[in-house]
Design a protein around this ligand. Sequence first.
Ligand code: PEP
Ligand code: MN
Length: 359
Amino acid sequence: MENLNNNIDRSWIDKWNQPFIISGPCSAESEKQILETAHRLNSSYIQVFRAGIWKPRTKPNNFEGIGKKGLEWLHKVKKSTGLMIATEIANAEHIKLAISFGVDVLWIGARSTASPFTIQEIADALELEGEKNKIILVKNPIHPDIELWIGALERLLGKGIRKLGVIHRGFYTYKNSKYRNQPNWNLLLSLKDLIPRIPIICDPSHICGNKKGILDIAKKAYHFKCEGLMIESHCDPNHAWSDAQQQITPENLLEMLKELRNIEKCDPKNQRYLNSFRILIDELDENIIALLAERMNISKKLGTLKKDSDIAIFQPNRWKDIMKRSMNLGKSLGISEELLEGVFKLLHQESMKIQNQVK
Ligand code: PEP
Ligand code: MN
């Protein structure tokens, strides 16, 4: 890990004022959409214009990207605005094409980071093309597997690619979450502990999955010392061909960035750590609430089953078992007996109440 940390070349991000901003549409759709979005984004506020050319969709029969012709449009943006341009690549062919159109920043999507074969193919192709100096940003894998994320960085570094960074786009959550992808800030902290020099760009758009939560996540990213933001913007977000719910107009983005610039003034540096702990607690509380909702939902189903089968709601042996198991587990994790007992008594009472209410 030390080798990885020491060999990261941070020059590509250190030369800019923070936060380093990447923005542009989820997908390139037409020349007009790309050029209009780029020109409405104020190039003094952002460093990189993004657009997906090849889109990895979870299900088939969705828009899978415009392909090569979108690279021509990106190239026009580069020429007319002076911005760097970025797109997602997932195989050797993508890399070859993106390079031939002067793409400055290549990012590896969450689904690709999860596949070591894909990452190896990408690392090999960059070496083959003589593109060791490209800026490569690795999105976190879909699932919260920090080793897979670091493994991808190691495979790239193994080929001499040193201008690396990561994009925090959140992690798969299967239900009851207000996020499209849960931030799991704690995991980001672990990554920072292991590779302190890695530049981190936060992607609030894919974490939220909606427009209204973006600013809040961007503020949180500041507290975790993320050095940059990738936020999707589109000239006509509501008619976007992919991720319409989470894209904002260039003007909205600029307003947001202005607000973020004030954050340091309202939030003295000594509060930054305190606030990051509060964010960690808030996320855990959100998870606890989601789990409580799930538990109570099962109680309701259990109530129906017991009623239909004429089984008594209160089962003393089962209750004793639950308490014993929970106490043991809690003890092994250093939780006080008093806390656990209180919590589980309340849970049990509520569960019985819900079961009794079943008609
Ligand atoms: C994207 O950035 O548009 C994208 C597809 O992201 P992710 O890989 O995070 O899903
Ligand atoms: Mn997207």
